[in-house]
Design a protein. Structure first.
Lengths: 376, 86, 367
């Protein structure tokens, strides 16, 4: 596809790698925020191609992974109700709740449907006036505008049988939480490219300044990621800590003003708990007062939920970049994509899933590993 | 919208002035932002030139070694010796 | 940065030859947690495999069955007969490039071909839903007749049942078939050896994308049409030039990834692919990216994988390319001694990744 394939060119990748190699003089640890970036890195083996001095710490940018357990359990309760058609992105189906998951609810007869877009859920609501259609609205700032537009349309159409189970999260507070953690090793950030497509780059200079960290807006294709890393390394080596945009073809400083206005109308900022990490102030969105009637939690008045996480699962540490997935003793044994203990092993953007899917083999001998360092 | 041979309807409310022939980022059925083709091409050109500049002005260590008829130095190895293990 | 990744072995499947009591199992598998059948059991991936191994195999206790090949090869009165059966539940009944009728004939013809046999006779059994348009049933039958003629096979016996409305999708078809395996041919899933070359007969991911494009809820525009076709002729040509082909497999549900993993497991070898050599048409790659799928896990029809001794690979490849059903044949990888039972792929950037089975149901009712 145009403007995707060109950014996967191995030859150009080699040039970027050469520059990174030539510039790096000492160890640096940087965090890629977005789970999609983590997957791209692991799938293409980019971390294996970088000089040993560069460490990529995988960030918490996986919305499926950080959706609070309590919200999952509420979703399961709502989805089991006979009058409900529960719509969700495919990823959420296997995320473990305290006792089960949406897939299990579906097998037991719950009307759970995988949709590609929240608009599909809206369509179902219009086609099934006698059922309550609930859409599971999780995601970062990238998914919030689609959900906002959907609720806006629901109101315009006067639909009474549509509601949204909301669990949106924001990136900048997460960066703040990571940097204020006493065990933080992160020296720079590769910011989430598609989030910035919507929100622009305005929220980051203050963070770069406050914590003295370079923040480089980075895309998802191999060349985009390598370029993000390259610019980050240059900043670190030169002692700078600025906001740079390495994904200029779709990111501008102002973002998408139409989308931002819609977000300000439909949502309001709240404190939110991130699964595995804990409460991060002002890090979430919920429906604003004007749209509160479309909030599924309000509509269905789900009772007291007693959550129970697996005692073995170390997702939280993975999400904060404190351990790598394979350092968890359950990795690949008790915990696999088919029997996940935590969300990071299930989600297409989860670090544990990425390592399991792509790195499960024994690493080749040193001889072969050397071969892997050069491209093409 | 055409995803390289796959066509699907997409909501354009967030990029209302999008024209036929233009490229856009699409997420869950919504166009979110126009793709700036000029910027894309410039970025690729910068990547391409990276290698060329290197070839022209060289990698000083390497060229020096070549001229002296010696193998190129293992820079990673040198740095490890100097800086010690991480 | 790339510190060695110590991978714990995923626990293997338990071969339990006694009655299917769940208590005896030692591996933490979903079947134990899933007391009812779920759609994933029909997906052709890991869950389907487990249903067969833990529920059916123990009850039937047959060595031929336990081979888990596409068809069984049996010694009967001095000849070797290949015998296979397949049920077809695809939805919708008619899709770009094919129909349930085409699949029903070619599916079994091809399963027999994967044992090296030329299909001779088929049975056809129908389960029809009350209320189905008779002309639709007629259209399916007509396509079956045409496909049979094209494949050179005779439909000689059959059966018809009707179930109440709401208990089917209009038409379900089962076909069973027999054919004769030529002398000197011994094609089995456990015969792959390190050094064998892995060849695919043409583009992958095509059938799955074609069906998905017309599946309700997904619907997208595309010009991809299913690649459903009979392969008996192609196989005969290949065996004619090299009788000692080790393994043949048609990668239907679960895609190339599933077939390769099954063969790697059965033969106790590792398989190493070169991602850049995979023949994925651009539009299929784009559709997969759009749907979030791996082309290696998408169903194919009318395509085969062949494991050929290295020394003979070039000649077999040339023969395949000279045949219309193998025009796009290409080498995609090789068998290796390392990582037995696992399939790896080298990416365009020189790194390696694992190629896995899909977990359960990528998309239901694909064939």
């Amino acid at each position: 596809m145009k403007y995707l394939d060109e950014f996967q060119d191995p030859e150009l990748a080699q040039r970027l790698l050469d520059d990174i190699r030539a510039t790096t003089t000492r160890p640096w640890a940087m965090m890629e925020v977005c789970g999609g970036q983590t997957h791209s890195i692991i799938r293409h083996g980019l971390d294996q191609l970088l000089p040993d001095d560069i460490e990529l710490i995988h960030g918490p940018g996986c919305p499926v992974c950080v959706t609070p357990l309590e919200v999952i359990d509420k979703a399961l309760e709502i989805a089991a109700r006979p009058e409900v058609i529960f719509c969700s992105f495919g990823d959420m189906l296997r995320v473990p709740g305290s006792e089960k998951d949406l897939f299990r609810v579906k097998s037991a007869g719950g009307d759970v449907r995988v949709v590609y877009s929240p608009l599909d859920a809206l369509k179902l609501a219009r086609e099934n006036p006698d059922r309550q259609v609930v859409f599971f609205g999780i995601g970062f700032e990238t998914t919030a505008p689609p959900n906002a537009m959907t609720v806006y349309q629901a109101r315009k159409l006067g639909l009474e049988n549509f509601s949204l189970l909301v669990s949106h999260v924001r990136v900048p507070p997460a960066i703040e939480a990571i940097m204020t953690s006493p065990v933080c090793r992160v020296q720079a950030f590769l910011a989430a490219g598609h989030v910035c497509t919507v929100m622009g780059t305005g929220e980051y200079p203050e963070l770069a300044e406050r914590f003295g960290v370079p923040i480089v807006v980075t895309g998802f294709e191999p060349l985009d990621i390598l370029e993000g890393i390259r610019r980050t390394v240059h900043q670190l080596e030169e002692g700078r800590h600025e906001v740079e945009n390495a994904y200029a073809r779709v990111v501008s400083e102002e973002g998408n003003p139409v989308a931002i206005r819609m977000l300000e109308d439909v949502f309001e900022v709240v404190d939110r708990s991130w699964r595995g990490i804990g409460m991060i102030p002002q890090s979430g969105w919920r429906l604003s007062e004007r749209y509160r009637e479309y909030d599924a939690e309000e509509r269905f008045r789900v009772g007291d939920i007693h959550t129970q996480e697996s005692s073995v699962c170390r997702s939280g540490e993975v999400l904060q970049g404190l351990i790598k997935p394979h350092e968890c003793s359950a990795f690949g044994t008790l915990c696999t994509p088919r029997n996940p203990l935590g969300a990071t092993m299930v989600s297409s953007e989860g670090a544990c899933a990425a390592y399991y899917l792509y790195r499960r083999m024994q690493v080749p001998t040193t001889g072969e590993a050397r071969e892997v360092s050069s491209v093409g | 919208m055409d995803f390289g041979g796959v066509t699907k309807e997409v909501c354009l409310e967030y990029v209302p002035d999008l024209q036929v022939g233009e490229y856009t980022i699409v997420h869950v059925g919504f166009a979110l932002q126009r793709l700036d083709e000029q910027s894309a091409l410039e970025t690729l050109e910068i990547f391409r030139q990276m290698g060329e500049l290197d070839a022209e002005f060289g990698d000083h260590w390497g060229r020096a070694a070549e001229q002296a008829g010696m193998p190129r130095p293992d820079l990673d190895g040198l740095r490890e010796q100097e800086g010690g293990a991480r | 940065m790339a510190e060695p990744l110590v991978i714990s072995q995923v626990p293997g499947r338990v071969e339990d030859a006694t009655a299917p009591s769940f208590e005896g199992w030692t591996c933490p598998l979903p079947l134990r947690d899933s007391p009812t059948i779920v759609m994933g059991h029909g997906g052709g991936g890991a869950m389907s495999g487990e249903l067969v191994e833990h529920v059916f195999l123990p009850s039937f206790a047959d060595p031929a069955l336990a081979q888990l090949a596409d068809s069984a090869v049996l010694d009967v009165a001095g000849s070797r007969l290949a015998f296979s059966t397949d049920s077809f539940v695809v939805r919708p009944l008619f899709f770009p490039g094919g129909s349930i009728g085409d699949l029903a004939v070619n599916g079994t013809v091809n399963d027999l071909a994967m044992s090296g046999a030329r299909a001779l006779f088929l049975s056809a059994a129908f389960i029809l839903e009350e209320g189905t348009d008779v002309t639709r049933v007629g259209a399916v039958a007509q396509r079956m007749g045409e496909a049979a003629a094209r494949a050179g096979v005779r439909i000689v016996t059959g059966d018809t049942k009707v179930v109440e409305s709401g208990h089917g999708d209009g038409v379900y078809v089962n076909t069973a078939g027999i054919g004769i395996v030529p002398a000197g041919v011994d094609v089995r899933p456990d015969r792959a050896e390190p050094g064998d070359v892995v060849i695919v007969s043409g583009d992958i991911g095509v059938h799955g994308v074609a069906v998905m494009s017309v599946r309700e809820g997904l619907e997208f525009g595309t010009e991809v049409v299913s690649d459903c076709q009979p392969l008996g002729d192609l196989v005969a040509a290949m065996l004619g030039v090299e009788p000692d082909v080790h393994v043949l497999r048609d990668p239907t549900r679960g895609g190339v990834a599933t077939s390769l993993n099954e063969i790697a497991h059965a033969s106790g070898v590792g398989i190493s692919l070169d991602e850049r050599s995979l023949p994925v048409p651009e539009v299929v790659a784009n559709a997969c990216a759009f749907l979030g799928l791996d082309p290696l896990q998408v169903a194919n029809e009318g395509k085969l994988l062949a494991f050929v001794p290295r020394a003979r690979a070039e000649e077999v490849l040339a023969t395949m390319r000279a045949h219309p059903a193998g025009a796009g044949a290409t080498v995609i990888g090789e068998c290796v001694g390392s990582h037995p039972g696992m399939v790896s792929a080298r990416t365009g950037f020189g790194a390696s990744r694992v190629v896995d089975l899909p977990i359960g149901e990528q998309l239901p009712r694909i064939c």
